[in-house]
Design a protein. Structure first.
Length: 492
């Protein structure tokens, strides 16, 4: 029997959520065949079976969050033909617990419901209630609760009955000739919110009531209702004899619903979305975020890319983008400024020897940051190949756990969606993240006073001000900018 455990998905991850079982108990599994799916704030991927055999026991239900290295299933030997299916473990029944009463029958107190006394008591009619004394109201028991209520006296309400024409079109109040013709939208709002249109002052042409008039009226009514006293006054003592008492005051009208309240649809967050939310809030709470933005002239790289992209596409099967150029420049700058390739551990600074750059990849309903290891040792073509490979496997949930671990610096390319610049959030426990804006052709001043069309982009560096000061952050950005603007390397 082999235990299947929840894998370690990152250095800062201590638990994961098992989202779906891909095999059922009793089914045969092969080594490295996908067994179940998990989700964390760093990865949403399939976990393969560690050995071949039969899934003999499932210990964790779908949707459950468990700690890393916790046993989630067991795989036994065999071909699956005679193995008994085992559902996720449930709590053993309490032998001392009494059977739950049948919800279809009434719960009775006293004699047994099956005894003759109980049956006779149940079938006998209720004893007649004594007549109330003259002038008294009789408490009426309702299904709303055990408290008696007083029947309301008939009262005359100050409501004008609707005219036959109003009843014909479904309006809740008559419409006078002075209000002018009403649009279907106004009539619909009047029906839905039970508005007496005779009380609404029209501001449209010829005194016509508009949608804005209804919204103003409803807002004013809601303000009056909410501004009233919320608590009810104590009930007056009921006289023992009939007297010519004044008619009770009409109750305050219920608050009118606001016109701007839209219909809603509620759905739960996905596990990935929940983990991203937790990670982002934790990062903002942990690091002192500051962002500096630098404009970079990408004209040389744009021309080189235009000359090479057709041949690059034919040779590799994928296109050449601007991102590998920025990644190469960032990797070289990290060598010059190693503090950006570090982390904070209490009161200590940790400097990483390897430059492992994480590339943010947008997914449906979330994002993930797979890592390019030893990014400083790859040329532009190698970086582009690694970016395409990681992004493709991230979107098909084929990333391995180790491919989202060990990042020392991150890059996010929001320019691929047309954004000029943004202020990205640091990917903990790192201390900086570089955002790349869209490359655009814009007029620029060159060679002193000349104006020319240049390909430019904005780089936004968010850094942890606990460790990095603004001057050092700007020096790092200037290093990246200098490499990109004076690019002279070959792609291959």
């Amino acid at each position: 029997m082999t235990d299947v455990v929840m894998p370690q998905m990152g250095e800062s991850i201590v638990e994961g959520t098992l989202t779906r079982w891909l095999k059922k108990p009793g089914e045969k599994v092969e080594r490295d065949e996908p067994l179940f799916e998990i989700s964390t704030d760093k990865v949403d991927t399939e976990i393969p079976a560690p050995v071949s055999g039969v899934l003999s026991e499932v210990l964790v239900n779908e949707g459950a969050t468990v700690a890393i290295n916790a046993v989630v299933a067991r795989i036994g030997e065999g071909d699956g033909a005679s193995a008994g299916a085992s559902a996720p473990k449930q709590e053993p029944p309490n032998e001392e617990a009494k059977p739950a009463p049948d919800t279809k029958t009434d719960v009775e107190v006293g004699p047994s419901a099956a005894s003759p006394e109980a049956r006779r008591a149940k079938s006998a009619p209720p004893p007649p209630q004594p007549a109330p004394p003259p002038g008294r109201h009789t408490p009426v028991a309702t299904s709303a609760g055990p408290y008696p209520i007083q029947p309301e006296e008939p009262r005359v309400e100050d409501v004008t009955p609707p005219s036959p024409s109003a009843q014909a079109d479904g309006s809740s109040a008559p419409v006078s000739e002075e209000q002018g013709p009403l649009s279907p939208l106004v009539r619909k709002m009047a029906r839905e919110y039970n508005i007496d249109l005779s009380r609404v002052k029209g501001t449209g042409a010829g005194g016509r009531i508009t949608k804005q008039d209804l919204e103003s009226y409803m807002s004013s009514q809601a303000g009056k209702a909410y501004g009233g006293v919320a608590t009810s006054a104590p009930a007056e003592p009921v006289p023992t004899q009939r007297t010519a008492a004044p008619a009770p005051a009409a109750p305050a009208p219920a608050p009118m619903p606001l016109a701007e309240s839209a219909k809603t649809r509620v759905e739960p967050m996905s596990i990935m979305r929940q983990k991203i939310a937790e990670h982002m809030v934790m990062s903002r709470r942990t690091s002192a975020h500051v962002t500096t933005v630098h404009r970079v002239d990408m004209t040389k790289i744009a021309k080189l890319r235009d000359r090479s992209k057709a041949e690059f596409q034919a040779r590799n099967g994928f296109s050449l983008t601007y991102l590998p150029f920025v990644t190469a420049a960032a990797a070289e700058s990290l060598r010059a400024f190693p503090i950006f390739n570090g982390s904070i551990d209490g009161k200590n600074i940790v400097y990483f020897r390897d430059i492992n750059i994480g590339i943010a990849v947008a997914l449906e309903g979330g994002l993930i940051v797979p890592v390019i290891r030893n990014a400083d040792e790859k040329n532009v073509a190698g970086l582009q190949r690694a970016i395409v490979d990681l992004a493709t496997r991230a979107r098909s949930r084929q990333l391995k756990p180790e491919e989202v671990q060990g990042g020392t610096f991150s890059i996010t390319n929001f320019g691929s969606f047309g954004s000029i610049f943004a202020t990205p959030v640091i990917n903990q426990p790192q201390v900086a993240i570089l955002g790349v804006g869209a490359v655009e052709k814009i007029p620029a001043v060159v060679d002193g006073d000349a104006i020319a069309i240049r390909s430019q982009a904005h780089l936004a560096l968010t850094f942890d001000h606990r460790l990095i000061d603004g001057a050092l952050a700007d020096q790092f950005c200037q290093k990246v900018k200098s490499i990109l603007e004076s690019w002279s390397r070959e792609i291959l």
